[in-house]
Each structure stands twice: as structure tokens, then as C-alpha cells.
Design a protein around this ligand. Structure first.
Ligand code: NAD
Length: 260
């Protein structure tokens, strides 16, 4: 379905981004990966997911907190892949502390990586999408783009911000073949959340499995983690013809978290 399209997924060497990249490749999209750590393993996984279509998989290690590196990544995608048809803004980090204790450099990093990077990739991708009159932008926000939790001020501010950015860009492109939407996951068991589970287990002196159960019970009525594959399949749907008139939504995949 997505053959001859190119998808760029930020923060796709791990977790949700890697899951989304694999689902897009399985539909025939060429994929540009981004993120820190080992890139070869993720590249091989995405190539295997798209093997039936012979998809091309690239990688650019731009740091999403650095606008000049984001520009270099977009230039790489244009040169090596002919541009970006599907942009998934997914890179993100977390830090947990009360506002008065929040390290200033952590605040700046979270706003830069979780919010401003999406502004930069979008401003650089939109002209070519408009010219082709086709494009899909999917911003991985969070349940924290819709409701707050204590000790997550920077993350909640960035995620509410990206939901707002999504709506503005969707309105600006409303009459074109470009759609801009956000996905708002609840808990997904990735390294980002495992860190929070481990911290909870250490603080409460309880087994990791019990900390995991409590984490879900507090917020997510289904008591099940959302999976990267479920988020990837929703991204595929938003990229399909059926998604053409879905504009500016913030779609929760959160086991009922924000229904409460
Ligand atoms: P993760 O830690 O598994 O993956 C994060 C990815 O972002 C990695 O590839 C990492 O290398 C990359 N990254 C981090 N900083 C970067 C930077 N400066 N430049 C480039 N890449 C960078 O986390 P995840 O859980 O898969 O999270 C992915 C996105 O989903 C984030 O935006 C997160 O806020 C969001 N999200 C996660 C959950 C969850 O429960 N895991 C829930 C809602 C939303």
C-alpha cells in the first residue's frame, strides 16, 4: 500500500519508533531511521519487515535537540530517498521531578526533543508534501498530551504542545492532500517506561512485577500495555486512503486512561 513512499521516523532505534518503522516497511514504504545507540540491528529488523517489497532502509543519527542536525537529516532524506512522504515525529525523553526541583537543562532538553524537533521536521518536510499534494504527518504525543500527571511538567507541557502544533498544521493544510494527526499512547512497555517501573520498584522495595502492576492499575483501566505494533498499525491506517479526511485529531490508544 505504501510502495514508493518514504517514511522518516525520528527516535526509531528503540521502542515505539522502531515498531512504527517496521509496520510502515511491511506496507512497502522505504524508511529513514533516526535515534541513538545501535543502528545496525534496527536497520536489519526494518529491512526484514519490508523484505517482500525490497524496501530501502537508511539511517541518520541527528540529535533531535539540535536544529542544524535536523536540517542535515532532512537534506539526507531528500538526497538519498527523494524526500519524506510520511513523517513520524516520535523521538522523546522523560524526566520526573516536581517543578521546583526540575533541572533547568532537563526542561530545555524535553521541550527541544519532544516538541521543537517536530516543528523543525515539519517546517522542512511540508513544502515538498504540498508540492506533491500528498503527505502524512503523525506526531507521537501521549495520554499526557490530553491530561496531566504530577512530576512530569516538562513532558506534559511538551505533549500538550505537540497536540496544539498538530491541530494548527492540520488546519493550515486542510484543503491539501496532506494530513497531520497525533497519536496519544498510554503506557507502552519500552525502555522509557521500564526505567520508571525500575525506579518505582526501588523506591517501594517491591518486586518489579508488582511495580508494573501498580503502574498500570493507577492510570490504565485495561491493565494491559499498548504495544508498538498497535501504534504502528494505527499509523498505517492514517497513511491509507481511509485516513485522507482525518485532520488534526489526537487519537488516544491508552486502554481507557483518558476516558476516566
Ligand atoms: P524509547 O526510550 O524506547 O525510545 C526513544 C527513542 O528516541 C530512541 O530511539 C532514542 O534513541 C531516541 N532519542 C532520544 N533522544 C533523542 C535525541 N535527542 N535525538 C534523536 N533521537 C533521540 O522510548 P519510547 O517509549 O519508544 O518513546 C517514543 C515516543 O513515544 C516518545 O515521544 C514518548 O514520549 C512517546 N510515548 C511513550 C509512551 C510509553 O509508555 N512508552 C507513552 C506515550 C508516549
Amino acid at each position: 500500500m505504501l510502495k514508493a513512499k518514504t517514511a522518516l521516523v525520528t527516535g526509531s532505534t528503540s521502542g515505539i519508533g522502531l515498531g512504527v518503522a517496521k509496520c510502515l516497511a511491511a506496507q512497502g514504504a522505504n524508511v529513514v531511521l533516526n535515534g541513538f545507540g545501535d543502528a545496525e540491528g534496527p536497520q536489519a529488523e526494518v529491512a526484514a519487515a519490508g523484505a517482500a517489497h525490497g524496501v530501502k532502509v537508511g539511517y541518520h543519527g541527528a540529535d533531535m535537540s539540535k536544529p542544524a542536525e535536523i536540517e542535515a537529516m532532512m537534506a539526507y532524506a531528500a538526497k538519498e530517498f527523494g524526500g519524506v512522504d510520511i513523517l513520524v515525529n516520535n523521538a522523546g525523553i522523560q524526566h520526573v521531578a516536581n517543578v521546583e526541583d526540575f533541572p533547568v537543562e532537563k526542561w530545555d532538553a524535553i521541550i527541544a526533543i519532544n516538541l521543537s524537533s517536530a516543528f523543525h521536521t515539519m517546517r522542512l518536510a511540508l513544502p515538498a508534501m504540498r508540492a506533491k499534494n500528498w503527505g502524512r504527518i503523525v506526531n507521537i504525543a501521549s495520554a499526557h498530551g490530553l491530561v496531566a500527571s504530577a512530576q512530569k511538567s516538562a513532558y506534559v507541557a511538551a505533549k500538550h504542545g505537540i497536540v496544539g502544533l498538530t491541530k494548527s498544521a492540520a488546519l493550515e493544510t486542510a484543503t491539501t492532500g496532506v494530513t497531520v494527526n497525533a497519536i496519544c499512547p498510554g503506557w507502552v512497555l519500552t525502555p522509557l517506561v521500564q526505567k520508571q517501573i525500575d525506579a518505582r520498584a526501588a523506591a517501594g522495595g517491591q518486586p518489579v512485577d508488582e511495580a508494573k502492576r501498580q503502574l498500570l492499575a493507577e492510570k490504565q483501566p485495561s491493565l494491559q500495555f499498548t504495544t508498538p505494533e498497535q501504534l504502528g498499525e494505527l499509523t498505517v491506517f492514517l497513511c491509507s486512503p481511509a485516513g485522507a479526511n482525518i485532520k488534526g485529531v489526537a487519537w488516544a490508544v491508552d486502554g481507557g486512561w483518558t476516558a476516566q
